[in-house]
Design a protein around this ligand. Structure first.
Ligand code: AQP
Length: 341
């Protein structure tokens, strides 16, 4: 049976990239799949988080899920640290994954930067915890942005190596030949990698110091308008065909954002705006972005006023998640050979 899992880190500044690359996909998938959506607070602390802000950001991501249209009754919405199976399986995966595999992870290299000796060990083994997040539910499909593709491939490698290494033990217990499915990424549509509004070669990111590089989900209409108007572009009008976008990263990015917000393809957008000056196109994009994002930001701000309500949603989701994770962890412990109660 297909099961969807995905997560978002509570590291502040939730932005349009997170929304278009991940959260909108979560909303669509809930119509057709059983879905588990996680606020991955244990991932967040791989780089320093102020404790009070971590709590606030965990509630804010939960509020964003709900404001965007995720139904916490139909789906499981929870925070990672409340379900112990994530950390338990991550340890097993620390012993399955190879150093060489992790050494190839580009996100670690980017986030650790030059001062690698000073990066946390958690940041290095982050992909193992991500594999555990998905596989502790034996989830089959993972909607993510393009930047997570390499981590998903690693999760598949880990699942496969576990299935192989423990093959005899798995088969002896009535699970068939494999215990873990090889999870498939869902990376689709015109905005799988939303770029910075200031630099078309960098992805839009929470940690970029310039707030003008991103549209935050909590930005009001004025801020959205200002950021889009100031967004970097080139002097040429928009092309009418896709191949005209290839060498123009900033134009490509804005067209992709428009298409994703309007549920169209980039070709559709160029059909409507090919030949238009950026000033006109940007005005249309401001209107669209304010219409689509304004209500979500407003609802988020309302929801975070009631932390007890959000905490109750997370507690309920954690309980339901733990039921599945605990059952799977019993099987993992038996397969590995751990004596358990
Ligand atoms: N720019 C992006 N375009 C499309 N999708 C994106 N995602 C992130 N940035 C973009 C997707 O959003 C989901 C949640 O991301 P995350 O919270 O796990 O953190 P991240 O990938 O580290 O995101 P940031 O915002 O870029 O943070 P920093 O600045 O810390 O690196 C994921 O599915 C991700 O693919």
């Amino acid at each position: 049976k297909e099961l969807v899992f995905s997560g978002v880190q509570p590291t502040g500044n939730l932005h349009l990239g997170n929304y278009l690359g991940a959260i909108t996909k979560f909303v669509t998938l809930q119509e057709t799949h059983d879905c588990i959506y996680c606020v991955v607070d244990m991932h967040a602390i791989t780089v320093w988080q102020d404790p009070a802000e971590l709590t606030r950001n965990t509630r804010e991501v939960t509020a964003a899920f709900i404001a965007a249209g995720i139904d916490p009754k139909k789906n499981i919405v929870f925070n990672q640290s409340q379900v112990t199976g994530h950390a338990e399986l991550a340890w097993v995966f620390n012993c399955v994954a190879r150093m060489g595999w992790l050494n190839r992870m580009t996100q670690f290299k980017e986030k650790a930067g030059k001062d690698r000796e000073n990066a946390s060990v958690g940041l290095y083994v982050y992909p193992n915890l991500m594999a555990a997040d998905i596989l502790v539910y034996r989830a089959t499909h993972v909607p993510v942005g393009e930047d997570q593709k390499q981590h998903l491939e690693l999760a598949r490698d880990i699942a496969q190596k576990f299935n192989n290494d423990y093959g005899d033990s798995i088969r002896g217990r009535g699970f068939g030949d494999v215990f873990f499915p090889l999870p498939e990424p869902i990376i689709q549509g015109p905005a799988t990698r939303v770029m910075s509004l200031r630099d078309g070669s960098k992805k839009m990111s929470k940690s970029e110091p310039s707030d003008y590089s991103r549209i935050n989900l909590t930005d009001d209409a004025d801020a959205i308008a200002q950021k889009i108007r100031k967004a970097k572009t080139d002097p040429e009008p928009l092309p009418s065909e896709l191949k005209g976008l290839e060498s123009r990263p900033e134009a490509d990015n804005l067209v992709g954002i428009f298409a994703a917000l309007d549920h169209k393809t980039k070709a559709d957008v160029l059909r409507d705006y090919g030949g238009a000056q950026f000033s006109n196109f940007k005005s249309a994009l401001v209107d669209l972005a304010v219409t689509k994002l304004g209500p979500i930001g407003g609802e988020m701000k309302k929801l975070v006023q009631d932390p007890a309500h959000i905490d109750a949603i997370l507690a309920d989701g954690s309980e339901r998640a733990a039921k599945i994770a605990d059952e799977n962890m019993k099987a993992v412990k038996d397969i590995v050979g751990f004596v358990r109660r």
